[in-house]
Design a protein around this ligand. Structure first.
Ligand code: B16
Ligand code: MG
Length: 216
């Protein structure tokens, strides 16, 4: 098979922490009296903490100095960490555990390509660290999705070219990053939202070795 690796986004693909990011941003927006909808939240998925805050402040037409922005980001992260406190392996999204096992058994490499600075904490809570040959997250990149840096670093750490890898993504910004980087991309979620992906699956239950063969 031409495909040698899968690179997974974390929030919204491996585990449903996207709902906790939403809850924490909503709480922050409320505290600033900025209206914030689920549709707007789609534009924050996959986007770094600082870029997410900038978008929310722009929507609210609010200007703040850097010190205040840092305080708000810390507050959002504190709330987020409270929400994920109880995350355990049972919270992995359906289909993920079986697919990781299938990849490992078939010698397909596994990498993480997440914008989150909390990724190691979450992977440890899920007990799946041992599957990953490369972990690229928000602590290792300079440019947030939709820039492809996170996936290009992942492929490079694995010693592979982008077209030997399939990226799994739930965010518009992440699908754009994967395609701009020259990767194959499986969108996970709503087909209307993830139009730029090569193929969209509703849930990770539909991820399989068979699905990867279409990229050969
Ligand atoms: P943190 P992913 C992204 O993770 C989330 O989708 C996005 O909502 C979040 O703002 C970003 O990580 C940064 O997360 O505040 O934990 O550093 O989807 O790229 O795995
Ligand atoms: Mg995501």
């Amino acid at each position: 098979m031409k495909i040698r690796a899968c690179i997974f986004d974390m929030d919204g693909v491996i585990v449903d922490t996207a709902k906790f990011h939403f809850k924490a941003w909503q709480r922050l927006a409320d505290s600033l009296s900025i209206p914030f909808t689920e549709t707007q939240n789609e534009q924050l998925k996959g986007v770094s903490r600082v870029d997410s805050l900038e978008k929310i402040l722009t929507w609210g037409n609010i200007q703040l100095n850097n010190q205040k922005k840092l305080e708000l980001m810390e507050l959002k992260n504190k709330w987020y960490l409270d929400y994920v406190e109880g995350v355990d392996p049972s919270e992995m999204l359906p289909g993920v555990a079986d697919f990781l096992k299938e990849l490992k058994e078939n010698d397909i490499k596994i990498a993480l390509g997440s914008s989150s600075k909390n990724s190691i904490l979450i992977l440890e809570k899920l007990g799946i660290m041992h599957y990953f040959s490369a972990i690229i997250d928000g602590n290792k990149i300079h440019l947030s999705k939709p820039n492809p840096e996170v996936f290009l670093k992942g492929a490079s750490d694995l010693g592979l070219k982008p077209d030997q890898c399939v990226v799994f993504e739930d965010a518009i910004s992440g699908v754009e990053a994967a395609k701009d980087g020259g990767f194959h991309c499986v969108g996970v979620g709503n087909e209307d939202i993830l139009q730029k992906a090569d193929v969209v699956i509703e849930s990770m239950k539909q991820a399989s070795l068979e699905l990867l063969k279409r990229f050969n």
